[in-house]
Design a protein around this ligand. Sequence first.
Ligand SMILES: NC(=O)c1ccc[n+]([C@@H]2O[C@H](COP(=O)([O-])OP(=O)(O)OC[C@H]3O[C@@H](n4cnc5c(N)ncnc54)[C@H](O)[C@@H]3O)[C@@H](O)[C@H]2O)c1
Length: 263
Amino acid sequence: MSTSSLYLEKLFGLNGKVAVIIGGAGELGGALAAGIGQAGAHLIIADMSESACQSRLEKLNTLGVSAEYLIVDITNRESIKSLLAGALKKTGQVNMLVNCAGINVGTPFLEVDPATWDKIFAVNLKGMMESCQVFIESMLKNENGGSILNIGSVNSDRPLSLVFAYAASKAGVVSLTQNIAQEFACKKIRCNAICPGFFPAEQNRKILSEERVANIMKGTPMKRYGSPDELVGAALLLLSQNAGSYMTGAAVYVDGGFTCSWF
Ligand SMILES: NC(=O)c1ccc[n+]([C@@H]2O[C@H](COP(=O)([O-])OP(=O)(O)OC[C@H]3O[C@@H](n4cnc5c(N)ncnc54)[C@H](O)[C@@H]3O)[C@@H](O)[C@H]2O)c1
């Protein structure tokens, strides 16, 4: 190996580590899985849909990534506990948790249905909180602790139109991340967030009207959508024990400049 390869491997390499990626069958979760797996980690793809997990695994296999899957419903604590138990049985230790499950519904404020609000919060925030609780208890037993990566949104920082419950839940993701970070900073558990801009995917395609797309492009200085693999660099930085060793409680915006736009 060349000096530069060794150096990068030491900084960002994840060989010998195990990552559980909740929502890993989805579009952004799948791209993160591909990156984390190619950096050397063994992956447990955790998602609700068995068929989506199977097709994600097939794609990961073509990359030569070491991966398997387990089914989880993040709104059910027993299901999260079973996921942890299953992951420990398969691998002995979980070093990284990526919380990438998320749902979204777009409606004008006066039409926001409280039941839909609860459903969105149950996945995007309460489920994330419970998976952090369940996995941190296990990571505290690891000699080298662990690293958690929560997926927020540009909505964590500012409002968009129509997505009220989603926006409030994603603002909560950054707060949750910061609170976990400060509580466990001296216990070898780091917790950070990535806040993506706009990456067309299953959960948001249905609300990408012509008017909305025009506004997104107006507000995005790079004038284009993100490609899911553009999240990987930030993820490896935040997850890696060496490159990200002094980072906790960070919310890294990967958004083509959306959160620094003056529009
Ligand atoms: N796509 C974007 O532009 C964008 C922007 C900002 C933030 N995000 C966030 O990124 C994350 C991934 O979104 P995506 O765009 O890849 O969407 P996606 O729909 O492709 O992926 C979401 C995944 O979460 C899973 N999921 C949903 N409910 C679940 C539950 N109860 N238990 C377990 N898994 C569940 C789904 O099965 C799906 O595989 C979400 O948190 C989303 O809010 C996406």
